[in-house]
Design a protein around this ligand. Sequence first.
Ligand code: HEM
Length: 419
Amino acid sequence: PGAAPTAMRRILPADLVERGGCPFDPPPGLRARRGRAPVQPLHLLNGAQAWLVTGFDEARAVLSDARFSADRIRHREATSLQPHEVAEQAAGTLKPGPAVETREDGFFVFMDPPEHTRIRRLLTGQFTVRRMRELESRVTEIAVEHIEAMKAAGTRADLVTAFALPLPSLIICELLGVDYADRAEFQERTSVGLNANSTAEERAVAGAELYAFMQRLVAAKRAEPADDLLSGLVHDADPPLTDAQLVDVALVLLGAGHETTANMLGLGALALLEHPGQLAALRADPSLVDNAVEELLRYLSIIQLGVSRVTTEPVTLDGVDLPAGATVVIATPEVNRDPRHWPDADLFDVHRPRVPHLAFGHGVHQCLGQQLARVEMQAGLRELITRLPGLRLAVPVEQVPLRDEMLIFGVHSLPVAWA
Ligand code: HEM
């Protein structure tokens, strides 16, 4: 009630968005379009023309070709998906601080090389093997703490609020160096944006507060550096990043690393519970978890229609002529089930041999946090299935509220029980 329609609802035809009977399969309308052609015109609800890519090879070609720009700020006159709409996809439903439409500071997801390269390099320098290894043991600790707290509190819980959301949220706090004392404030602001029932006003207020929070965090790291990623960015960058850039980079990491993993954990747990044979195989051999996570990434492809680009010049893609300024939307759930790429692509199979998928994108913008995301999912799911052997859904699967109106698909809540 009162919730503003999401970018998905305002812009994309309903049949591309609404799921059919199965919570894991792509919307039937999207599947029907895949049958037509791997690259095809797409009429958006705002009257604009775009193109939809449903084929694996075609999507990979787009994402590795510099003529398809990620810079929807510079090309905002041409593109039919405006930067704030893309930001809404990329950073959940938060629109933090000053207008994203014109902000070029540190939103590197909206940049092309060489501007993108500079910030990306600084960040990969901070995602060190040592830091990721330290985070790995923290991920397990946090997962165990939350599961044990669930068990201590009873025999039922909402797995989203009790586990799937707090785990990546606390890890982002550690990565950025948010103090324990400030975490409640930080989590409250972000949760307003993640809650589908928040009004547009509530989101705007939370977004502005989050922006101010990040400004204070950057100032604190400048004054007193610690051993965290944000301090590293403040002090190691040469030439230095401005405060506005640092705030944006921190907000990108928050948005990109929070809701994605949370939804993979929630929807991933549901997929396992709904495929008892696969779950039993994992319980019998927990060393399969890494493979299962890769298969869940492919099978669930939660970034539904969230990866898009705009052409900087006329391009012919799979025989289709695209003009300059064409918006191209990658249909990841279909791309990752391309029957030309995987046998029985619609089957969820934890034993499936690994073949590269596009759940983390491809090319220069390929997910920066993918190793961290994998660690969170592997440790999270491993602890969940081993510590809660009697885990089951507490409601009929049809009653689990799906996030099909959000660009990041998943479940709004997941009522579970255990013996
Ligand atoms: C980019 C997916 C988790 C940080 C991307 C992209 C995808 C993606 C598809 C490419 C977007 C594009 O090309 O337009 C996912 C999924 C995740 C996940 C499915 C969880 C399962 C994370 C985590 C972090 C993170 C945990 C970080 C802390 C980023 C960043 C980018 C990105 C910073 C932008 C990179 C760039 O523009 O150079 N992610 N992501 N992601 N991801 Fe992730």
